[in-house]
Design a protein around this ligand. Structure first.
Ligand SMILES: Nc1ncnc2c1ncn2[C@@H]1O[C@H](COP(=O)(O)OP(=O)(O)OP(=O)(O)O)[C@@H](O)[C@H]1O
Length: 526
């Protein structure tokens, strides 16, 4: 079947692509293990089989009889070695090897176990195996694990377990994320995990703020867990609609973004608003530069530090490649070839460097009748939500985006990420390509580059090399020779209009403006 037709707007999807669509639409109802038996060797999601109690046998009844897998420091060391987990800190809690091991932690909530089973999750991922006991033991935490390795549940499970047992009033836990899309996604995970528990959970957005404003003073006492972007949270704090003086848990998701330029002052303000002496602070990300860790350590007390795999590495379920396209025109040609040549299977995410370029590429691909949409921060929140939902439903096959979707977003079954523009740095690269190859699934990522980009490829080549990709010597050599200060590249516009016509147009424009100026001058003299 011609992929051009498959990608065409409004196309009916049949035959071999039906399966891809199903995977894309699927929410994880069935056991991840069952679905992906062939992929069990992938270490981020595999574990030695040694359990005696299954959650499926009525979790509440089994809780007293659970035989723990990890009972000693030796067990812990072998678990850590087999999953490439490095843990440092003092007085470290033992990891858990199954969700039923939650029983040995403070305040296990049977509904949480039931909910995890319903979601098809029986075993914690490596980051969950360490973060859940650390946070349940009220330890500050620095956690770095690959994209798509389950970091969200690593903080949601212990928070839900803990706050469900707290009797005090006021906001008990706060999760901060850099974008609203991610905040909404975390909210959905928290709601699914806490079904059956009497908890009030909310995303801080305009409608929640309006509700809090219209309610009587008691309203704020009913928020147990709030999830928010920094700006909205600060708005809520400044207008005294929320008060974090009773908060016990503060999680910064995508912490290197929240503690980096653009957000650090706001994050600082939020940390300062959490005045409870027993506040537990945790930071999570797939990339954790040393300066971010230093910053985090300055506000933490004897933190547990967990690194799964290598810091700042791409997930090893992603097949990475580079494609040289000469110039900007070549890139447009290459993406057209890819999307219409039948080699790539949707759903596909395409990252570009700016909003203007996102819009321009969207119009070019629309012209090719590709089933494509675009998302960026100039759209209203409703428009953004609609685009995200359409992509999740499989109604859109190719989604063009800026870095607004680069972090955290968990679209199921994205087959390919195309970096139409080379990302600005290694971290952006790791997060962008991490939208595929999630939860043990395989994915592909291709980065298009031009002659102009070669100077900036170094960090990406390093990440690719670390993942075992073969990089040609000439490319390594050419990036070595250049000064690699990453700047945003001034690129030619994305357009099919040939350069010669553009020049003619420009010349015509200059002639018109020149004659306007001359006319203005002579009328001024008169
Ligand atoms: N224990 C588990 N077993 C199987 N799948 C899981 C488990 N925990 C989480 N998942 C699934 O893994 C996927 C990725 O999880 P999540 O979005 O939390 O990744 P992440 O590590 O936060 O990624 P990113 O760094 O991109 O934000 C989700 O679809 C989630 O449902």
């Amino acid at each position: 079947m011609d992929m051009f037709k498959v990608l065409a707007r409004g196309a009916k999807i049949r035959g071999k692509h039906q399966n891809d669509l199903e995977l894309f639409r699927q929410t994880p109802k069935t056991s991840f293990r069952k679905e992906h038996d062939l992929e069990r060797k992938l270490h981020f999601f595999s574990k030695p089989a040694k359990r005696t109690v299954q959650v499926s046998k009525a979790p509440e009844d089994d809780l007293d009889n659970v035989e723990l897998v990890i009972n000693s420091e030796e067990d812990a060391a072998s678990h850590r070695a087999s999953h490439r987990i490095k843990v440092t800190g003092t007085d470290l809690p033992l990891p858990i090897a199954s969700f039923t091991d939650l029983v040995r932690l403070a305040n296990p909530q049977p509904p949480v176990l039931r909910n995890l089973e319903r979601l098809g999750f029986s075993d914690p991922t490596p980051i969950q195996s360490e973060a859940i006991p650390a946070l349940s033991n009220h330890r500050d935490l620095i956690a770095c694990a690959p994209t798509g390795s389950g970091k969200t549940l690593a903080f949601v499970i212990p928070i839900i377990n803990s706050i469900a047992a707290m009797k005090n009033k006021g906001v008990k836990a706060v999760i901060v994320s850099p974008t609203r899309e991610l905040a909404t996604q975390i909210y959905e995970v928290a709601v699914q995990t806490s079904r059956g528990l009497d908890l009030s959970i909310g995303v801080v957005n305009k409608s929640l703020l309006a509700k809090l404003r219209n309610n009587n003073a008691g309203a704020k006492q009913h928020m147990d867990l709030v999830i928010s972007t920094p700006l909205r949270l600060i708005e809520a704090l400044k207008t005294q609609l929320l008060d974090l003086s009773t908060t016990q848990f503060l999680v910064l998701d995508e912490a290197d973004r929240l503690l980096g330029d653009g957000f650090v002052e706001q994050t600082d303000e939020i940390v300062a608003s959490c005045t409870n002496n027993s506040l537990v602070k945790a930071i999570f990300s797939a990339t954790m530069p040393a300066n971010v860790e230093d910053l985090a350590n300055s506000i933490m007390h004897s933190a547990v530090r967990v690194i799964v795999g290598y810091k700042e590495a791409a997930s090893d379920t992603i097949e990475q490649s580079l494609q040289f396209c000469g110039n900007e025109h070549g890139k447009l040609h290459a993406i057209r070839q890819m999307l219409t040549g039948g080699e790539v299977v949707p759903p596909i995410l395409v990252f570009v460097q700016s909003i203007a370029r996102a819009k321009a590429l969207f119009h070019e691909l629309l012209y090719d009748k590709v089933n494509v949409d675009v998302i960026h921060s100039e759209l209203t929140q409703n428009q953004r939500d609609r685009v995200v939902n359409n992509f999740k439903q499989g109604d859109i096959w190719v989604l063009i985006c800026t870095d607004v979707l680069a972090r955290g977003i968990d679209f199921h079954g994205v087959n390919l990420v195309i970096n139409y523009d080379v990302p600005q740095n290694g971290q952006a690269y790791v997060h962008r390509i991490g939208r595929t190859g999630r939860a043990g699934r395989k994915g592909k990522a291709v980065t298009l580059y031009t002659k102009q980009d070669v100077a900036t490829l170094r960090p990406i080549l390093n990440i690719m090399k670390q993942s075992g990709c073969e990089i040609s010597d000439w490319l390594l050599e050419s990036t070595r020779q250049r000064k690699n200060k990453r700047n945003i590249i001034e690129r030619d516009q994305i357009s099919t209009v040939p350069r010669v016509f553009k020049k003619q147009r420009k010349r015509k424009q200059e002639i018109i403006e020149g004659s306007k100026r001359r006319a203005q001058k002579s009328s001024a003299k008169e």
